[in-house]
Design a protein around this ligand. Structure first.
Ligand code: ADP
Length: 542
């Protein structure tokens, strides 16, 4: 017997309709490529999303054709999120930090028909357009009079002229909620990037999950600043979640330095911000240098890499900002776990609470997880035993785009490539990425633990721990360090700093100072490049 409730498919168009009707005057503020601050609201975003749908019809784009964006976080990008997916085309967010060759590879692999780009990226598009035969239309995200002249890019129009020519009347089509909505490629730290194709259903379920109180806890009273890019796993789903909750949205555009982010938080009275640790490092550096305080910020969501303890305590103790440590992956839309405490953990003393807060957190309802040993046997949730972390759920990948027949799943579970522990209360903690974990004399050393100690030193701007070959122990950790501008620190001083903070055998064998740690396209430390840089390095005494 089936239930007897209305069968409305979960479609992205329903989110923009909700936002327009129920919080139409909700503000969307963007720092633009043009340098100014732009203000709009959900009514106007919805209207312009319908114009985009009409523009895509005028281009004769069939359902499922891919429309790519190469753009910063901003209102035009937001309009495309709804206009493209809502009209049953697939929004493909391109990462501008990729190498041009890789970008062209992805455009071809996705067979993008239209590419919309911020004018910052005109030189990038000028360099790749001739290698992208599937693209019929290039759209520069600017006013008609700002269209780059003599770029040599064929079939180029300005976004404002392109959508301005269209009617704002449009009926969103109704179709199967399992239809593809958007496409995002993994950053491809090894080999070619892989496409993750989200559906309308997965995007909506994920958006609701982002809003939950023990998730990011968004409401109509919030002003949220997604520093995490809209080209990286849909800015963690925040554009959709904001439409659900009706919070004010604040977009940083291309300016993600500490000063610009601080000014935006204060100027727009942001209550919640979300980004990777490297972004917060820059913000905290700016605030500490200027002796600044926040007047509105209540929380930050930190994910993408482990949140260093020093960052968490600085946010909490110095600035009174609650840190929500979250974990996920491109393959998971991305939200998997968020670290919010239960009453039991709130009752712990400060040190006990901190220990829990540094974990990646509890599974959001909808995500199931387990840890297994090398033979696939499930391991206990005791907070000590670590194993390969596997997940499943309605917003987790089934297979990669165009890789039919080659399922990444193991008995229906997706192997995350992370090594983790889970405690009896369900708090998961990432020990490491399986390829970064250091195997020393049969024991595993977490590179994250080694990095966290160094990052707590006041002279250290960033630290990366990698394993180096050792004849007796197989591998021993070293820590590669970039110092803060003007700071001084010796190898011996840093090694002495580890005493009492970590077991002796986990303490790195050496410190290598570098001007900067290489960062990947999503702001994460690139250990592959770092290992390249360290070619020829040998451990002391080896
Ligand atoms: P890519 O895999 O392309 O680098 P993702 O954003 O999909 O991009 O990366 C997901 C990975 O990032 C996870 O598998 C995990 O290793 C790491 N990660 C994400 N959030 C955290 C976190 N809070 N703590 C530690 N690692 C994290």
């Amino acid at each position: 017997m089936l239930g007897q409730m209305q069968n409305h498919p979960l479609l992205i168009s329903s989110l923009i309709e909700h936002a327009e009707r129920h919080h139409g005057d909700g503000e969307i503020v963007s720092r633009r490529v043009e340098g100014d601050i732009h203000r709009t609201n959900w009514v106007t975003v919805a209207k312009r999303a319908r114009q985009i749908a009409n523009a895509l019809d005028a281009e004769k784009l069939a359902p499922n054709e891919r429309v790519a964006t190469l753009a910063w976080n901003g209102y035009r990008h937001l309009e495309l999120y709804f206009g493209v997916s809502g009209s049953q085309r697939v929004l493909h967010t391109l990462n501008p930090r990729l190498h041009p060759q890789q970008l062209a590879w992805i455009i071809n692999h996705a067979e993008d028909s239209v590419v919309c780009f911020d004018t910052t990226f005109t030189p990038l598009i000028a360099a790749v357009h001739s290698k992208c035969p599937t693209v019929k239309r290039w759209v520069a995200l600017c006013d008609a009079d700002k269209l780059p002249a003599d770029s040599g890019i064929p079939n180029l129009v300005s976004y404002e002229a392109w959508l301005g020519a269209q009617s704002s009347t449009y009926s969103w089509p109704v179709f199967d909620e399992n239809t593809a909505s958007s496409l995002c490629y993994t950053s491809g730290t090894t080999g070619n990037p892989k496409g993750v194709l989200y559906s309308h259903r997965s995007s909506l379920l994920h958006a609701y999950a982002v809003v939950f109180p023990d998730s990011l806890n968004l409401s109509a009273r919030d002003a949220i600043l997604p520093v995490v890019p809209m080209f990286h796993v849909n800015a963690w789903g925040l554009p959709y979640a904001a439409a659900v909750a009706g919070c004010k949205l604040v977009f940083p555009g291309p300016a993600m330095d500490g000063k610009s982010i601080y000014e935006l938080i204060e100027g727009e009275q942001v209550s919640m911000a979300a980004g990777v640790p490297t972004v917060w490092q820059m913000l905290l550096g700016h605030m500490q240098a200027g002796g600044l305080k926040f007047s509105s910020l209540k929380g930050t969501v930190i994910g993408g890499s482990a949140c260093p303890p020093a960052m968490l305590t600085t946010f909490q103790d110095t600035y009174g900002v609650e840190v929500l440590h979250a974990w996920g992956m491109t393959e998971m839309s991305p939200l998997g776990t968020v670290c919010t405490l239960k009453n039991k953990q709130l009752a712990l003393d400060e040190a006990g609470r901190l220990k829990v807060r540094l974990k990646q957190g509890r599974a959001v309802c909808g995500v199931d997880m387990k840890i297994v040993d090398g033979a696939g046997k499930e391991l206990p949730w005791d907070g000590r035993t670590y194993g390969d972390l596997l997940v499943r759920g309605p917003w987790i990948i089934d297979q990669y785009f165009k890789a039919e027949g080659a399922s990444p799943l193991v008995d229906g579970w997706f192997p995350t490539g992370d090594v983790a522990t889970i405690d009896a209360d369900g708090f998961m903690q990432i020990t490491d990425r399986s390829k970064d974990v250091i195997k020393s004399g049969g024991e595993w050393i977490s590179s994250i633990d080694v990095e966290n100690v160094a990052m707590a030193h006041p002279a250290v701007a960033m630290a990366a721990c990698v394993g180096m070959p050792h004849p007796k122990w197989d591998e021993r950790p070293i820590v590669v360090v970039a110092l803060k501008p003007g700071a001084e620190l010796s190898r011996e001083e840093l090694l002495a700093f580890y005493e009492g903070k970590i077991a002796k055998w986990q303490t790195p064998d050496d410190v290598v100072f570098v001007p900067a740690i290489p960062l990947g396209a999503t702001g994460k430390m690139m250990k592959v490049s770092l290992r390249e840089q360290l070619k020829g390095y040998t451990l002391p005494g080896v």
